[in-house]
Design a protein around this ligand. Structure first.
Ligand SMILES: [Mg+2]
Length: 226
């Protein structure tokens, strides 16, 4: 196939998961002995390991100490999420399922998210969207979001016959747009998070939408020149 379409998760396909946020607080206490919530920073569009490093640096922990226990900390985030996510409802945002239905079998669909892979896949399962995604780049692959896009592209080429022609990245933050640009993808900004269409456009988005409900227009952009 000649098109790869990658979707961010939080605030693009679903609303936020409180359980995921609380999982960080649990892991920080368990692994580093500090009490802090990730809401002290603007983490929108950051990868999970990046969020942990920035929050822990902010409360004064030594960089080497943070890095030495980072893998353990990420494991603790996943453990907490797995044990507690069943109590949480994670519905898909309006239009997400319809758009994925319209793209299915016409393009390769994947995920591009800062979420650790087990958390990303569980969120998609709970939202009823898991079956659409053939590949992904996840926070567990790399701390740097641009590298995640490159990883997802490579996986699509290696395992799903993607010819490398055209990649689209959906996201709700300037960090998603920047990562897409740096990896050579076209970006589609959706204003379902904390950023407006104008802010997403100004950060370099090739296209912007209020949400995913404008299915016809979005599909037309992606399938153009197929
Ligand atoms: Mg997001």
């Amino acid at each position: 196939m000649n098109k790869l379409v990658l979707f961010d998760i939080d605030k693009t396909l679903i609303d936020r998961s409180m359980c995921h946020q609380v999982a960080f607080s649990y892991a920080f206490k368990e692994i580093y002995g500090v009490t802090v919530d990730i809401s002290i920073i603007n983490y929108a569009g950051m990868t999970d390991p990046q969020i942990a490093v920035e929050v822990l640096e902010r409360v004064g922990l030594d960089e080497n100490l943070i890095k030495s226990k980072l893998d353990k900390c990420m494991d603790a985030v996943v453990d907490y999420f797995k044990k507690n996510a069943e109590r949480e409802d994670i519905p898909a945002l309006d239009g997400a399922k319809e758009l994925l239905d319209a793209l299915e079998n016409k393009v390769i669909i994947g995920l591009i998210t800062g979420n650790l892979e087990p958390i990303a896949l569980e969120k998609m399962r709970k939202a009823g969207l898991r079956r659409y995604f053939k590949v992904g780049g996840f926070g567990s692959d790399n701390i740097n979001r641009t590298e995640l896009v490159k990883t997802a592209i490579k996986r699509a080429k290696d395992s799903h016959g993607f010819d490398g022609s055209e990649v689209f990245v959906f996201g709700d933050t300037p960090r998603d747009i920047k990562a897409g640009f740096e990896a050579g993808a076209k970006s589609i900004g959706v204003a379902t998070g904390r950023y407006s269409k104008e802010e997403l456009k100004n950060s370099g988005a090739d296209f912007v939408f209020d949400n995913l409900k404008d299915k016809e227009k979005i599909v037309e952009i992606i399938l153009e020149n197929s």
